[in-house]
Design a protein around this ligand. Structure first.
Ligand code: SIN
Length: 524
């Protein structure tokens, strides 16, 4: 059965641990789920492949959307989310998100999250495609870091919860449609973690592209692992690119929050002209996919590999106060954000698709749950509304714990698991292949696609399919194998969807088509 596991192993010969819940990943979704379970007195282990704070959550700037403002309502939040999702949102999932979101955010505040306030009230900002100011933020533009801080602390205070860093989840242990646990690499050693339930909260796949806002750890591991184990994946063609990432030689692809445009910043092309009003009535606050394509078009027309973000007309003191992190980082690269034009370009940012779940986080495999970016219950449709992702992790993470609590415990006897047939790991220049993969994904599976390019991408992946017969040696090679698998799935789904919708744009099919008002589900 080549392609099922990444390594040979025999569960009987490996060290083993048993837990109520095994959570993979330590961003908002993983930590909130672990906390909700720990509060019930469950024994929970959180496995995270690097440090606990190496997550997309920790980097999130703009904030977390929730209908908490006096002129706002869950209904308005619902309408904005549905409109951004370009016809593919699951309406029930969106209802759950917008109705339960405010309560989850209040809970975060009770746990100690300090969101910014103005005159004693929550300071709410606006971002693209939101009809109201509804984005909570913390320390100006360090919202994710505040949430990560609070959840990391809260989880560590629960006696039943343990966080294990440098634990790389390799493969899921699934027998006859039920998940029993996880095979993980703990440092150098393989180990088995059994759980009554396993929760995937491993985040996204931005590292499949040359330029991404995501941390190094975002290599699509959870999606790859779930696919190998036979779970269904949905909407894999929908990758969101963020329009404004600092594009300066020698600087990292640092996100310049959409909230900057929410506060009035303007996009200009290399000729200094404001261009967004020509593309959409909401101008700079149009849905992200629209802004991304407009920027790419302007870059092509001017022959300059970036456009500019202009904040020079805004009150400098207010800008510095509202965006201290962006001010500091840009200053380190010689840019004064209150005066200078900031060179920006799009970068891979968020995966709308992922492991298919229902509204309770249940995947197509019993005992296996998913939440946060790795999951896809259809709440974001073809294009996520800004600042809905942190909320998604909270809401659906919490629902998983309720569902597990109400489910019967699995069979008392666990099967044994093994894999013996994989050949030795072949010599592989992992760094070189990773770079080639990123180049192929960026050229052919990025924000603008066509059949020829997608077929080229698929033939690149086919060239490496022989690796399935071999063991993967070490974490870097395992990540690479996951990237090869998930990249192929994104390209496959993108080739199948012969239309343009939300984050998926096909030059050869530039319009949406009603026959495609449906989801693509992939299964091994
Ligand atoms: C941003 O601050 O622009 C990112 C927010 C998001 O992706 O939801």
């Amino acid at each position: 059965m080549s392609g099922r596991y990444l390594v040979n192993f025999d569960s009987r010969r490996l060290p083993q641990e048993s837990w109520d819940l095994v959570v993979l990943g330590s961003g908002i979704a993983g930590l909130y789920t672990a906390h909700a379970a720990g509060r019930r007195g469950w024994r929970v282990v959180v496995l995270t492949k690097h440090g606990v704070e190496d997550s997309s959550t920790d980097r999130a700037q703009g904030g977390i959307a929730a209908a908490l403002g006096s002129s706002d309502s869950p209904e308005l939040h619902y309408q904005d989310t549905i409109a951004a999702g370009a016809g593919l949102c699951d309406r029930d999932a969106v209802r759950v998100l917008v109705n339960e979101g405010p309560e989850r955010v209040r809970e975060l505040m009770e746990m100690g999250a300090r969101f910014d306030r103005e005159n004693g009230r929550l300071a709410l900002t606006r971002e693209g495609a939101h009809s109201r100011r509804r984005i909570l933020h913390a320390a100006g533009d360090a919202t994710g870091a505040e949430i990560q801080r609070v959840l990391s602390l809260a989880v560590r205070q629960l006696p039943g919860v343990e966080v294990r860093e440098n634990h790389f989840a390799v493969d899921l242990l699934v027998h006859e449609g039920r998940c029993y646990g996880v095979l993980a690499l703990a440092g150098e050693r393989l180990k088995v973690f059994w759980g009554r339930a396993v929760v995937l909260a491993t985040g996204g796949l931005g590292q499949l592209f040359e330029v991404s806002t995501n941390p190094e750890v975002a290599t699509g591991d959870g999606m790859a692992m779930a696919y190998r184990a036979g779970a269904e994946l949905m909407d894999m063609e929908f990758v969101q690119f963020h329009p404004t990432v600092l594009s300066l030689p020698g600087a990292p692809p640092f996100l310049i929050s959409e909230a900057v445009r929410g506060e009035g910043a303007i996009l200009r092309n290399a000729r200094g002209e404001r261009f967004m009003p020509r593309y959409h009535r909401l101008a700079e606050l149009a849905p992200r996919d629209v802004v991304v394509r407009a920027i790419l078009a302007e870059m092509e027309q001017t022959g300059v590999p970036h456009v500019y973000l202009d904040l020079s007309h805004l009150d400098p003191e207010a800008v510095r106060q509202r965006f201290p992190n962006i001010t500091r980082t840009c200053a380190a690269y010689g840019l004064d954000i209150t005066k200078d034009l900031l060179p920006v370009a799009p970068a891979a940012h968020y995966m709308m698709g992922g492991v298919k779940t229902n509204l309770h986080g249940e995947t197509s495999i019993e005992g296996l749950y998913a939440c946060g970016e790795v999951a896809c219950q259809g709440v974001h449709g073809a294009n996520r509304l800004a600042s809905n992702s942190l909320l998604d992790g909270l809401v659906f993470g919490g629902r998983i714990v309720e569902r597990v609590a109400g489910s019967p415990a699995g069979p008392a006897r666990r099967p044994e698991f093994s894999c013996r047939e994989l050949e030795e790991a072949p010599p592989l220049d992992v760094g070189d292949l990773r770079r080639r993969l990123k180049r192929v994904m960026s050229r052919h599976v990025g924000p603008v696609r066509d059949a020829r390019g997608l077929e080229e991408a698929l033939s690149f992946f086919a060239q490496w399919s022989f690796l399935e017969k071999h063991q993967a040696a070490g974490v870097e090679e395992m990540e690479l194998r996951n990237m090869l698998l998930v990249g192929q799935l994104v390209a496959q789904a993108a080739l199948l969807r012969t239309e343009s919708r939300g984050g998926h744009y096909r030059l050869d099919y530039p319009a949406p088509r009603d026959i495609w008002l449906k989801h693509i589900i992939l299964r091994r």
